[in-house]
Design a protein around this ligand. Sequence first.
Ligand SMILES: Cc1ncc(COP(=O)(O)O)c(C=O)c1O
Length: 304
Amino acid sequence: MAQAYYNAQEGVRRLTTETGAGQWGSALAFAGALFNLEVTVYMVKVSYEQKPYRRAMMETWGATVHASPSNLTNAGRGILADDPDSPGSLGIAISEAVEDAATHDDAKYSLGSVVNHVLLHQTVMGLEAKKQMEMAGEYPDVVIACVGGGSNFAGLTYPFIGDKLKGRMPHTRFIAAEPAACPTLTRGVYAYDFGDAVGMGPVVKMFTLGHSFVPDRIHSGGLRYHGDAPSLCALVDHKVVEARAYKQNECFAEAVRFARCEGFLPAPESAHALRAVAQEAAAAREAGDSRVILFGLSGQSPGA
Ligand SMILES: Cc1ncc(COP(=O)(O)O)c(C=O)c1O
């Protein structure tokens, strides 16, 4: 909403963006509809095929959605020439959206995660969560969220991490859950790398699997990104945040357990956070202590 608003104020006519699972693309499509902006979404091909109803949502809000890699950009054509069956990745979709904006005067590129202003916009979640914890008379011992590019994790945790860094709540722990198939924080190299696949954008210091890395076709389309937000990477490097990687099936088992208890089905991405929650709860039970665990349920299925 904030990105659409400021672009509309500047007189921009069209926004281009990437989306993995389709959540960010849906958010920007809706915001574009509210502020009279055209929105062009490059949706990672494997998700475009796995999640057709997400595409229908974006189109309902007036966005144009292309499967990425596409034949519409040099970046997409280059990837397809090397691998016609490429499943795509967030890095590739970013390259296409950036190129589209860079080659059209009336368009600007809007990024859905990773960079500071996106992370800060999302902190409304953590600020609200803090108020809700206050209402419950609690403060979390552990805060958990899944990580794709880092915005939903940062949005929930940074207001609490602020307390920790200021020495107010020194014992609160933070756990970032990522897929074993795309283990940036747990197995990546901490180095300067491009945020997009073909190297059109600036380099940033982050944990990275290499900007040409194309992850397996896991169902968590939103977590298939080769790097992470630089500020989150710095927090992992400084051991303020602990990262854990999980396999898809163990996450899905937790999602099913959660659905049977709570009545709704979490998105595959959120299932990674649930896996970490279950580990923490089991560890607390084993240690005989009680822990207040706050976690981010970043999306629901079907559709996510
Ligand atoms: C449901 C859901 N959760 C989490 C994410 C991760 O996003 P990020 O870490 O970039 O905020 C996504 C990304 O698409 C998603 O769809």
